[in-house]
Design a protein around this ligand. Structure first.
Ligand SMILES: Cc1cc2nc3c(=O)[nH]c(=O)nc-3n(C[C@H](O)[C@H](O)[C@H](O)COP(=O)(O)OP(=O)(O)OC[C@H]3O[C@@H](n4cnc5c(N)ncnc54)[C@H](O)[C@@H]3O)c2cc1C
Ligand SMILES: NC(=O)c1ccc[n+]([C@@H]2O[C@H](COP(=O)([O-])OP(=O)(O)OC[C@H]3O[C@@H](n4cnc5c(N)ncnc54)[C@H](OP(=O)(O)O)[C@@H]3O)[C@@H](O)[C@H]2O)c1
Length: 278
């Protein structure tokens, strides 16, 4: 299935708007919406002029509920810090309080975006190294959509490896598009083409590379495929973003290899953040 992108408000006319009034506190305008399938979409919004963030951080975004109160959820910013616009990559949970509505936003609608970025998937929480792994499952790729377009990532690391594991092949489409866009970007493309490696895998659909990333690390397939040495606390740094189960399991593998969890206040050799709660 191919992605459906809207950048004009024409499709908006036929359905009821789910957006918030333009004069709502912290409202930002939706500029484009791309539906990848019936479970995933991404959208761009206007960037408030004074808004600053570090690559990998998240903010609270949302709509108003039926009582007119903000209904907000955490979302990783899926755009580079230097971009004129912001972007988010989202799940569609059919009975989810926010995303059952948010999936219907259209160009020209407004959503709420609180302007306090936070998070641990930042370069500042890692000590220097040679190779940076970014391990994502599902929508956990979103913070890396920001980080892989940060020139400092390529200054600090010789090699950047983004792994993305999903159940089904169509869930990899956004990541594939992201890598293609990054490698042809006028600012970051040359660095990314030389230093960024992408390793997509599926766990349910047949695809060229199958298996959970934890299995591929444990049995050495990841290292063989990429022709890199096994994880080392001396040279490797890791950022993880997935479900609680993924984060816990990768954390155990990293700690067995001698890596230590870092934080903004105490940088170390790996960092993690939940891609969702539950
Ligand atoms: C730090 C942080 C960053 C996040 N960044 C993103 C992001 O960039 N993109 C994004 O889509 N979501 C992200 N989330 C999840 C997001 O905050 C919401 O949970 C999601 O938008 C669904 O909201 P909801 O109100 O529709 O359903 P909720 O009531 O929030 O969730 C209902 C159930 O849906 C499932 N679920 C929720 N989110 C996801 C997801 N992303 N992937 C798979 N299953 C999910 C869980 O089982 C959850 O219990 C993030 C969460 C955290 C904690
Ligand atoms: N995506 C779908 O098609 C789908 C459909 C129906 C319901 N849901 C529900 O939606 C929620 C999120 O689904 P999701 O697919 O986005 O996210 P997810 O369940 O976190 O799975 C994303 C990917 O991470 C892998 N994974 C999960 N736990 C792992 C662990 N501990 N170690 C290593 N790899 C791990 C999964 O492999 P495995 O396949 O081996 O688990 C899958 O490839 C879940 O609650 C799910 O029940 C999703």
């Amino acid at each position: 299935m191919s992605a459906q992108t809207s950048t004009s408000a024409s499709s908006h006319d036929t359905k009821l708007s789910v957006g918030v009034p333009a004069d709502t506190k912290d409202a930002v305008k939706v500029l484009s919406v791309t539906h990848w399938n019936d479970r995933l979409f991404h959208f761009e919004v206007e960037r408030p002029s004074s808004f600053r963030f570090r690559s990998g951080e998240f903010v609270m975004i949302g709509l108003l509920n039926d009582e007119g109160k903000p209904l907000l959820r955490a979302y990783s910013i899926a755009a580079p810090f230097w971009s004129e616009t912001l972007a988010f990559y989202s799940i569609k949970v059919q009975d989810g309080p926010l995303t059952s509505k948010l999936q219907n936003i259209a160009v020209g609608d407004y959503i709420i975006m609180k302007t306090k970025p936070v998070g641990t998937l930042v370069l500042d929480a890692l000590i220097p190294g040679k190779r940076l792994y970014m391990i994502a499952t599902g929508t956990g790729i979103a913070p890396f959509a920001s980080l892989i377009r940060d020139p400092e990532v390529y200054e600090q690391y010789d090699e950047v490896i983004l792994t993305h594991t999903c159940r089904e092949t169509d869930e990899l489409a956004y990541g594939k598009w992201l890598i293609e866009e990054t490698k042809k970007d006028p600012l970051i493309g040359e660095l990314a083409a030389a230093q960024l490696r992408y390793y997509p895998t599926t766990t349910r659909d047949e695809s060229p590379k199958m298996g959970r990333i934890t299995t591929l690390i444990e049995n050495g397939t990841l290292y063989e495929d990429l022709n890199v040495p096994p994880l080392s606390a001396e040279t490797d740094r890791v950022m993880i973003c997935g479900s609680m189960g993924l984060n816990t399991d990768v954390k155990a593998l990293l700690e067995a290899a001698g890596l230590e969890e870092g934080a903004n206040s105490k940088p170390a050799t790996y960092v993690l953040e939940k891609a969702f709660v539950g």
